[in-house]
Design a protein around this ligand. Structure first.
Ligand code: ASC
Length: 147
């Protein structure tokens, strides 16, 4: 076998045996990914929630834009919870109760998607209701899986 062929074979073997967090350079990068995407999502959601509870003046266009950003961002953190990435504020239960974790993550994705749709209507009462159910879905996951 020539040098290039054996190099290619070695590279293939490494990628086949690499852990699932291999889309990140190391577990720390996976943790950084989930924390930064969740933080940016939260900042968008908090602005909408603040409008819903009267802390900020209601701006329908901003609420629609930030709700959509939150709905897009909430899809991203989950690849950062792969095997071998325990740490941060994540409880070890995440890796022992994968079905429950996925269920709660999916519920948050669904609720935030509904909020984005509702916010496009510009109806503040509907936004208030949807912020409530969305926030409850954030809390359900935090209560079970975040220290
Ligand atoms: C937020 C935030 C959360 C949720 C949750 C709702 O704004 O940071 O974690 O809403 O507190 O109960």
């Amino acid at each position: 076998m020539n040098a290039i062929a054996s190099l290619a074979l070695a590279a293939a073997a490494v990628s086949l045996s690499a852990p699932v967090f291999a889309q990140f350079a190391n577990p720390q990068d996976a943790i950084k990914h989930r924390q930064s995407t969740l933080k940016e999502m939260q900042q968008n959601f908090a602005r909408v929630a603040g409008m819903a509870n009267g802390r900020f003046p209601f701006d329908a266009a901003e609420a629609a834009e930030k709700s959509q950003k939150a709905a897009d961002l909430i899809k991203l953190p989950w690849t950062g919870f792969g095997p071998g990435t325990e740490g941060g504020k994540a409880k070890p239960e995440i890796w022992k109760e994968q079905a429950k974790f996925k269920e709660l993550a999916d519920a948050s994705i669904a609720e935030m998607g509904k909020l984005a749709a509702v916010a496009k209507t510009g109806n503040l009462d509907s936004i208030k209701a949807s912020v409530g159910t969305t926030g409850a879905s954030c809390k359900a996951c935090h209560d079970a899986f975040r220290n």
